[in-house]
Design a protein. Structure first.
Length: 546
């Protein structure tokens, strides 16, 4: 049965009032005065004004509709909100918090309990702490391969902390991410650091230039590199000399490109991108960092940045282990998703359970032609028993009806190598070793079926076993020598599969990486829509003109 919008809204208002009544009833049980069964017109107006926000409705219901921002002596709370929301541009957020309206209300308040002022401040507070504390977007609605759940602090708790804080400005400032990476991205946004190019300069035409080449386009390339702070004077500006090659390699390293000193399509695209392109990179990175705000990023954790093709273990913000990685191919159903989970097991001498999508796509047709094909794989039934292939007519089955699993026993050529790392998830994504070591030498390492291959897996196993074993190396070696599949418990460290095309090194250097899965445009479009829906002047003009 569909409810009309009016009925739904009336129900929300009723819930807010019922919550207020319940709060009064609980007080009465504790010996306080009996609950009020009547509400003033101002209280009804406040209930209606906050009823469509569950967090605000819960707060005002639990406090019997008592004002916060229009109460006596509440000027410091109003001033704190105006000050913090007025810095939206420093966070790369659009100007959607009605700050000028709040200033006018604050200047003109003449008496306590002005309900219009209360509602305006309450709604701006709710939006501000939502956006700066966990991002303006819901990641799962931005892109189907972003499976990230934002861990947001309930609004009622935010208000509780704010109202009772000795320093409301500090309390509100603490809502935003406090990690150094976020602050470095803010500083970069404010200073426009990184490869920032004046868009008024002529664009470099399409081509490929190496050291020794001479062309008018090389003079244009020199001008754009100079605008990025990488000058290379030459008596012959159209000559691609050794000094220009050095400056170009420095630029490529800053821009997350292979520092090969060749001015090819990707390098020229970045050089021609202009100021807006770099600013958008920073805005997207800030939003993605806000999605991580509910996690303790100073904790010991595994950090896999997919565009960087890199796995790190961090502790207290410091990298204690680092390895190259191979991620999923840039194909539907192969790309590695973004999400967070908790590491549970190091599995030594693992069996490889062939993903069903691969089994029916790659192996079932081969088995239908020759039941003894792919002899390195066992055919396993639903009870985990190995099936005699001679007894199976594979031609009877389709992709939907195929009832078996395919499994590779532990071996030297096992697809998972000698160890895998399990953080159970519905997508069956994990980290693992691989016998295909040559792929780690590639600059773009997107070759897997979705899981993450690690170049230095044994060292990773030793690091993860710290705290769970007195001698991690010996524990691992004993399990390995057994030849059998062994599950070793670890200490439950968080695993974050993230997608930062713009990152901050531990020394504060801003680095850029290729958007291998083309996800950044989806985030940017969603940010633009959020800005437009908030009646802002547009994300770049509003958030970056600070």
């Amino acid at each position: 049965m569909m409810l009309s919008p009016l009925f739904r809204r009336s129900g929300q208002i009723l819930l807010a009032v019922v919550a207020a009544l319940a709060a009064g009833a609980l007080s009465a049980v504790a010996g306080a005065p009996s609950p009020r069964l009547e509400f003033s017109p101002e209280e009804w107006r406040l209930a209606r004004g906050v009823a469509d926000d569950p967090g605000l409705a819960a707060w005002y219901g639990s406090t019997a509709l008592q004002p916060v921002f229009a109460a006596p002596d509440s000027a410091p709370l109003r001033a704190a909100l105006i000050a913090e929301a007025g810095q939206a541009g420093m966070h790369g957020l659009p100007d959607v918090y009605d700050v000028e309206h709040l200033r006018a209300l604050d200047r003109n308040i003449t008496q306590p309990h002005e309900i219009g002022t209360e509602i305006a401040f309450a709604r701006s507070f709710a939006r501000w702490v939502h956006d700066v504390g966990g991002g303006i977007l819901d990641p799962r609605r931005v892109h189907p391969e972003i499976r990230r759940d934002v861990l947001r602090v309930p609004l009622e708790r935010q208000l509780e902390n704010f109202v009772h804080a000795a320093d409301p400005v500090a309390a509100l400032a603490a809502v935003a991410p406090r990690n150094p990476e976020y602050r470095a991205l803010q500083a970069a946004l404010a200073a426009r650091t990184g490869p920032v190019i004046d868009p008024a300069l002529p664009e470099i035409p399409t081509g490929v230039w190496r050291e020794g080449a001479r062309d008018p386009a090389i003079a244009l390339m020199r001008a754009r590199l100079a605008a990025a702070g990488l000058a290379s004077d030459s008596p012959d500006p159209q000559l691609f000399d050794a000094e220009l090659g050095r400056q170009l390699r420095a630029y490529q390293a800053r821009a997350g490109l292979a520092p090969d000193g060749v001015a090819g399509p990707r390098t020229l695209d970045r050089l021609n991108g202009g100021k807006g392109a770099d600013s958008r990179d920073l805005l997207i990175a800030l939003e993605r960092m806000r999605w991580m705000n509910g996690h303790d990023l100073n904790a010991r954790m595994i950090w896999v940045n997919l565009p960087e093709f890199n796995v790190r273990v961090k502790d207290g913000g410091r990298t204690i282990y680092e390895s190259r990685a191979v991620i999923g191919k840039d194909r539907d159903d192969w790309r590695t998703p973004e999400f967070s989970d908790v590491m549970q097991n190091v599995v030594v001498n693992p069996s490889w359970n062939v993903p069903r999508s691969m089994a029916i796509r790659d192996y079932l047709p081969r088995l239908q032609q020759n039941r003894f094909a792919a002899a390195h794989l066992d055919v396993v039934d639903s009870r985990g028993r190995v099936v005699d292939r001679a007894s199976v007519d594979f031609s009877r089955y389709t992709a939907k009806s195929f009832p078996y699993r395919l499994r590779q026993k532990p071996s030297a050529d096992n697809a998972l190598g000698e160890v895998k790392f399990i953080f159970p998830n519905s997508m069956n994504i994990y980290l693992h070793d691989t016998p295909s070591k040559g792929l780690f030498g590639e600059s773009v390492r997107a070759f897997s079926n979705g899981c993450i291959r690690v170049q230095k897996p044994v060292e990773l196993a030793h690091v993860l076993l710290e705290g769970a074993s007195a001698d991690p190396a010996a524990t691992y070696a004993n399990a390995r020598q057994s030849g059998a599949e062994r599950f070793l418990r670890v200490t439950g460290q968080p695993v974050h599969l993230v997608y930062f095309t713009t990152t901050v090194d531990e020394d504060g250097t801003i680095r850029h990486f290729r958007d291998i899965y083309d996800r950044d445009p989806a985030v940017w479009r969603a940010l633009q829509r959020a800005a437009a829906e908030g009646d802002s002047a547009g994300l770049e003009t509003a958030a970056l003109a600070q």
